[in-house]
Design a binder for this molecule. Structure first.
Ligand SMILES: Cc1cc2nc3c(=O)[nH]c(=O)nc-3n(C[C@H](O)[C@H](O)[C@H](O)COP(=O)(O)OP(=O)(O)OC[C@H]3O[C@@H](n4cnc5c(N)ncnc54)[C@H](O)[C@@H]3O)c2cc1C
Length: 458
């Protein structure tokens, strides 16, 4: 069934309903290259939970699809509009409701931008760790719905590890409060956790209670350049085997370094072909010891140059450059990006397989990785509008995904399944587990209106 804009007009004030096709277009898709999308029938910008619930109840009655949207920075098509849908944009629900320094908790609306929350916490001497490279734009609601990771997640965990409680609107339009504010609880199923990573298919998240940490310790940065991906991968495996858990361990390959250099002229490629960036933040002298161990691991793996950075500004600039990789590649064409995650000790093997796959298919695969937790982002740049190369790129990446699964890995470490990783998920999960997903979906969303056609085939 379709909806008409005037149907929704009674549910929320006129300035929070968008129906102008020119404006609708900017809510039609996320940042994923080549994922299908349609123009939404309408976009609503609720200011509170009551308005969200009213819109969802209205859509449930009429079988109108509902697609939740944060900032639209997703890389899997999860926020892409489907035919005839209402997009619920959480941009106007962007308040940090409270920060409790004693309990180390924050309560936020879903549209709060990750960096804004981190700044609000820092002002009270607290820290919210999950730090996706999209932190300047992506929202906590989107981070929760995709179980976002980031640079420091290798040591401090992903979004799921910080979500204590949620308020959500189910597919029936009911408002439910899930989880807790307490340090622990054994009361009932962990339904707040179930919603984390559910990509808007089970409920719309309208409020989030997050665990915080105390201010972060000083970090020591170790930089290493390598001749090729497998030796950088070996350095990662050495660090894992040494039992050191760095607070960041990032890999950036020659194609990524080159793209940033061409844009920002930072001289990144002068040092070598593959860059590993590590940070260690154990308190006091232990931090320096950890950094020395990481440095020894880099050297043992054959680093062509490595050093403990003595200049914090230079170290920050290198991490800033790492965050520029995706936009730098986007300047060159359409970026197909994967998000595989393999057991950490198999990082060298997966990187070697990536090189072989690129060679045998005659393509260039750029690699960027949260290498410390085995999460690799192989990327292919194809000319915009070239459907043949897009299809070819997709085939190459299906091969990559199959190899990651064969190594005991997963199709998505942090970006979510959305539209682009549905085939991989179907390969990764057994039919019985997909059936469990379907059963859970029916309970939360009996009319099947929430983000239909995403993640798995209902
Ligand atoms: C340059 C760049 C760098 C990135 N780096 C990282 C990274 O380091 N780590 C990482 O994990 N990701 C990264 N991403 C991917 C992306 O930023 C994350 O997936 C992020 O969590 C999406 O947040 P968003 O607010 O943009 O959500 P959107 O893209 O708007 O939505 C993402 C999904 O969440 C659902 N959703 C949104 N809000 C809600 C809600 N309130 N309730 C229910 N469902 C909701 C949507 O329906 C969709 O399925 C990067 C993206 C870019 C463009």
């Amino acid at each position: 069934m379709t909806t008409t804009p005037c149907d929704l007009a009674g549910l929320l004030p006129a300035d929070r309903l968008i129906t102008d096709p020119a404006r609708l277009a900017s809510f039609a898709h996320d940042e994923a290259a080549g994922a299908p999308y349609a123009l939404p029938a309408a976009v609503v910008r609720p200011r509170d939970t009551g308005e969200v619930a009213a819109v969802v109840a209205y859509c449930a009655e009429r079988g109108v699809p509902v697609v939740a949207r944060g900032a639209g920075t997703g890389l899997s098509g999860g926020a892409n509009a489907v035919e005839g849908c209402v997009v619920v944009s959480f941009a106007a629900m962007d308040r940090v409701l409270s920060i409790d320094p004693d309990e180390r908790l924050a309560v936020v609306q879903p549209g709060v931008v990750n960096d804004h929350l981190r700044a609000a916490c820092a002002a009270k001497g607290l820290w919210y760790p999950p730090d996706p490279a999209s932190a300047p734009w992506s929202t906590i609601g989107g981070n929760v719905a995709t179980n976002a990771g980031g640079v420091c997640c290798v040591k401090y965990g992903v979004t799921r590890d910080y979500v204590l409680g949620l308020e959500a609107v189910t597919g029936r339009g009911e408002v439910v409060r899930l989880g807790r504010r307490t340090a622990k609880s054994s009361a009932g199923f962990e339904l707040a956790g179930l919603l984390v990573g559910s990509e808007g298919t089970l409920g719309l998240v309208t409020e989030i209670t997050l665990r915080l940490r105390g201010e972060r310790a000083q970090e020591h940065t170790v930089v290493g350049y390598f001749d090729d991906l497998p030796s950088a991968g070996r350095a990662v495996a050495h660090v894992v085997a040494a039992g050191v858990v760095p607070s960041a361990l990032e890999l950036v390959d020659r194609y990524c370094l080159r793209a940033v250099d061409e844009w920002k002229n930072m001289g990144l490629t002068d040092g070598g072909d593959v860059l590993l960036l590590a940070r260690c933040d154990a308190p006091g002298a232990a931090g320096l010891q950890e950094a020395d161990t990481v440095l020894a691991c880099f050297e043992a793996a054959g680093a062509t140059w490595s050093a403990r950075s003595a200049d914090p500004a230079e170290a920050d600039a290198l991490f800033a450059a790492r965050r520029l990789v995706y936009p730098a590649l986007e300047r060159l064409g359409m970026v197909l990006s994967e998000d595989i995650c393999v057991p950490r000790t198999l990082v060298p093997e997966m990187l070697a397989r990536l090189e072989r796959t690129a060679e045998s298919n005659g393509v260039r695969i750029a690699s960027l990785a949260h290498a410390g937790d085995g999460n690799l982002h192989p990327m292919l740049v194809v000319p915009r509008g070239d459907e043949r190369q897009l299809a070819r790129g997709r085939e190459v990446f299906e091969e990559v995904v199959d190899q990651a699964i064969a190594l005991g890995g997963t199709v998505t470490g942090e970006h979510g399944v959305g539209l682009l990783k549905m085939r991989g998920l179907a390969r990764e999960l057994s039919p019985a587990v997909v059936d469990l997903h379907r059963g859970i979906k029916r309970v939360w969303d009996p009319a099947g209106i929430l983000n239909p056609g995403k993640v798995f085939t209902a």
